[in-house]
Design a protein. Structure first.
Length: 58
């Protein structure tokens, strides 16, 4: 029975990991994708504008 107790933790962790991956894949896209993309694009634009306003790197 030692082999059962040795195998339970990795099997449980694998099951949780697979469930996490499934949730991540299922939540990609959907109705909020455009909103999330717009937020990221705005943040990148702000960062680029701030970098350019600091002047050239020298």
């Amino acid at each position: 029975m030692d082999y059962v107790s040795a195998l339970v933790p990795p099997v449980v962790m694998a099951a949780f990991f697979i469930a996490l991956i499934v949730v991540i894949v299922k939540t990609q896209g959907g109705p909020n994708k455009a909103k999330e993309d717009a937020v990221v694009d705005a943040a990148l634009a702000r960062a680029e504008a701030a970098r350019q306003s600091d002047g050239p790197d020298a």
